[in-house]
Design a protein around this ligand. Structure first.
Ligand code: HEM
Length: 132
């Protein structure tokens, strides 16, 4: 059985990416731990910012050295998003629940929650009466 593990995830170029909304998801736990062992911090904003140019050089197709495994290779779109993040001055951004930018985000363990019930205003007494 051969399931071609080398396909990068389908990314889209994000014109104005932030660390919290986009960039931090580019690094897998194994990337972070392997590179931490080599003194390159990929699991924090400061670490990624400090190493950003080297990360871009190492991960950009078609001659990416990093990550070494085919399955982890970055798509051109992902590398472009990372480049946009550098050019825009490394915006940190904020963590937003249910960010619309992350339609293909992997399911978070233990989050079986769907959208909460929408609060309904009691409408029965809200009819306006026209003055007599
Ligand atoms: C910032 C510049 C980087 C440098 C200079 C660098 C350098 C290295 C070196 C020298 C190794 C050891 C290679 C080997 O043992 O075959 C390594 C391993 C690794 N790197 Fe990087 N790396 C960089 C960025 C990255 C990035 C951005 C990622 C992921 C997105 C990454 C993922 C990995 C992984 C997963 C390994 C472990 C490979 C294995 O042991 O199977 N590295 N890196």
């Amino acid at each position: 059985m051969n399931t071609t593990p080398g396909n990068p995830p389908a990314d889209q170029v994000v014109a104005a990416p932030t660390y919290m909304a986009d960039i931090r998801f580019f690094f897998r736990p194994e990337d972070i731990s392997h590179m931490a062992a080599k003194g390159i911090e990929l699991g924090t904003y400061d670490g990624v910012k400090k190493n950003a140019l080297a990360v871009l050089a190492q991960t950009s197709p078609p001659n990416a050295q990093m990550p070494p495994d085919a399955a982890g290779k970055w798509s051109a779109d992902r590398a472009q998003t990372f480049k946009n993040w550098i050019v825009n001055g490394y915006p940190l951004g904020t963590a937003t629940a249910g960010s619309p930018r992350r339609p293909a985000a992997p399911p978070r363990p233990g989050s079986a929650r769907t959208s909460p019930p929408s609060p309904r205003p009691s409408s029965s007494c809200s009819r306006r009466r026209s003055p007599a």
